[in-house]
Ligand binder design. Structure first.
Ligand code: RP5
Ligand code: MG
Ligand code: MG
Length: 278
């Protein structure tokens, strides 16, 4: 993988803040750049002291360890802390502070990649006209914050098992469980639990090239593929966008389809693993 790209997007999301432009060869912290002094920005929503965010200053978080219920370890190994602030393991982003992210250092998410084969009316697999390979589809959501299509992932709550985050975020964003009655929620839970309790295929664990990343705060994820091979479990559920998702639909896996952050990279791994079109 090359240097992060979306983490250097010129316009910081949800703000009028512009990042300092960081050339490819200056991304790595080991490249000398004495005059590097990016502006610091932490969104008002984060400074408001919500439960999901760290305090601004004072109680210094215990970095590189599990700090109470908050996992501050990184999948990328031990990260540096300079002047009390953690340094992005993938290098400079042109912006200091936390931006829209709640935690200093790693912000842990989980990405459920739910797939099925694309089939015709008779139920036969559809092969791509160019690659001749069968086409996979995944449940994709259109993010409300930026309008980009993405995997329906979300943050791991403090102390939460990642396996639970995967199922919970899928239920909230793709099945709208948050707006369902308790009875409907139980029904959703029952219908997807079989798929989610299978261990799934571990696709990726590590840094996410997310546009919200800063020099001191960044996204990391565990992406897991749950595949409905016979098309009779999740495939039969009505999709309904919820929470931070504006739309939801089955989308063909194809390298040309633009996706949020580096989610395409995760889908490429899934396509290769299942010998599907990419
Ligand atoms: C991405 O942001 C992750 O890969 C995950 O899909 C998502 C989690 O953030 P929210 O959807 O909760 O904003 O970096
Ligand atoms: Mg969510
Ligand atoms: Mg989300």
């Amino acid at each position: 993988v090359g240097p992060h790209v979306k983490s250097r997007c010129p316009q910081y999301p949800g703000s009028n803040i512009k990042r300092l432009s960081v050339p490819d060869d200056k991304v790595d912290w080991t490249q000398k750049w004495p005059e590097y002094n990016p502006v610091s920005y932490t969104a008002p929503s984060v400074l408001n002291n919500p439960a999901w965010a760290d305090p601004d200053i004072g109680s210094s978080p215990k970095f590189n360890t599990v700090d109470g219920a908050v996992d501050r370890t990184s999948f990328e190994g031990s990260y540096k802390v300079e002047n009390g602030k953690p340094l992005n393991p993938c290098g400079r982003t042109g912006l200091a502070g936390r931006g829209l992210l709640g935690r200093w250092g790693p912000n842990h998410a989980a990405d459920p990649i739910v797939t099925r084969w694309k089939v015709d009316v008779k139920g036969a697999k559809i092969h791509h006209s160019v690659s001749q390979k069968p086409v996979l589809q995944f449940v994709s959501i259109k993010r409300k914050d930026c309008g980009e299509w993405a995997i329906p992932g979300g943050m791991v709550d403090p102390g939460e098992q990642v396996s639970l985050t995967l199922q919970r975020e899928f239920s909230e964003e793709a099945l709208n469980s948050l707006s369902s009655s308790p009875a409907e929620r139980a029904e959703i839970h029952q219908r997807i639990t079989n798929l989610f309790k299978s261990s799934g295929f571990m696709v990726y664990k590590g840094y996410v090239d997310d546009p919200r990343n800063t020099d001191n705060s960044w996204m990391e994820t565990v992406a897991v593929n749950f595949h409905d091979d016979l098309g009779n479990s999740v495939s039969e559920l009505p999709l309904e966008a919820g929470d931070d998702a504006g739309q939801v639909q089955w989308v063909d896996l194809d390298s040309s389809f633009p996706l949020y952050a580096n989610h395409s990279h995760f889908l490429e791994i899934v396509a290769k693993e299942r010998k599907a079109h990419w």
